[in-house]
Design a binder for this molecule. Sequence first.
Ligand code: 6PG
Length: 489
Amino acid sequence: MAQHDIGLIGLAVMGQNLVLNMANNGYSVGVYNRTQATTDDFVGGLKDRPEDVVHEGTADRVVGYDSVEGLLKDLKSPRRVMIMVKAGGPVDAVIDQLKPLLDPGDIIIDGGNSDYADTNRRYKELKEAGLRFLGTGVSGGEEGALKGPSIMPGGDPEAWPFVKDILQKISAKVGENNDIPCCDWVGEAGAGHYVKMVHNGIEYGDMQLICEAYYILKHALGLSNDELYHVFKDWNESELESYLIEITRDIFTVKDPETGNDLVDQVLDTAKQKGTGKWMSQHALDLGVPTTLITEAVYARCLSAQKDARVRASKVLSGPDGQYQGDKKQFIEDVRQALYASKLVSYAQGYVQLDAAAEEFGWELNNGSIALLWRGGCIIRSRFLQDIKAAFDKEPNLENLLLDDFFKKAIDEAQPSWRRVVAAAVELGLPVPGFAAALSYYDGYRRDRLPANLLQSQRDYFGAHTYERIDKPRGETFHTDWIRERNLS
Ligand code: 6PG
């Protein structure tokens, strides 16, 4: 007998917490996991979980199944099945299992961190099979999944009305009355997962910039972890107020029970990555848009991962390793401003990539609404996203966030500090790939003439690749025999 509002397949922590979130919000959920013991442990253990995790009545609304067939039999029509399994092959495997068992019009929702290109493909294949597919980005980690994530649904627009209520109900809320859901329709095919990928790329950028600020304050000023805690606490009460600044603040207070040292100092300096930041950079290159800061953030993780090589090189290579000699208080403020300005560039680049992708795939993305999706629940949530939303509300077709009055003024104010920090870091031998890439992008973007005239001359010189002229219409090309024309003295 059909009874459940939705089915969920894949009971790792994110899956489990989404189920609880749905059931806490009054929905009836059927669940299935490939390893039966996981389902049994999860469902059987619900009664022992605290009340703020499993609300009254929730345990009765979650039912475990030992087969996909059994689960599907008990779902209301059109059936809504959410998949929370590892991105890649496992998603295809579950879809292959579901496909012959579903009826036309049934809905599959992939809530994992899938590659948007896979989502484009799956959307097309499932549409041909009469099924409605949604590739849905979910951000906010374990806690977000339980208490309200940011949700970025894309795929088949016909499926949206059937899942809108559930997804909006379980999502994070923002606004004065806490009633604006951080979940709204993003666009067709892989648009939802694309927006989630850009979210993650921006997350890489934000994290890298925070790490650079930390590194400068630690090495150039010699700040202790306790002092760093206070700096980040102050910053979290400024324009930088955000989830990532907040958790960074808190990290400096955690002790290692084994050694008694601050835990952050015991953590090995090699970053891992699952790939979403890299995907964004790869597609930026395909689109030909300069998403430099996020790409530098990916490279910074790669360099950090070469720990053994760096340890060997550190014994051979030399360079400055000095302390900052100027006004300490002013320098801390300079670093804050540099972080803010660089972050702005990162978001500006992210939105330029979104615009280019929308054009490439024929998606109608609403940049202001995307800012609102990221305003709460997700890893990059921040006060700053409200300003981005306001900028796109003012001018929906804004070519680049840097051109918005509010942000132009912010960059103008931050600029002297930003330049001082990058200059000081270079002088002191401290790597700041994010800060420097952001500043170089800014300086490149604001110049009407770049040295590419020389580059085109070089290309034409050695390869007859032709060039355009400043005094002739665009598109008309010219070639010069540079060897014959050269005039060497
Ligand atoms: C989120 C996070 C989440 C996850 C990343 C980590 O939005 O909730 O972005 O998706 O933490 O996948 O990515 P890396 O392993 O690449 O750092």
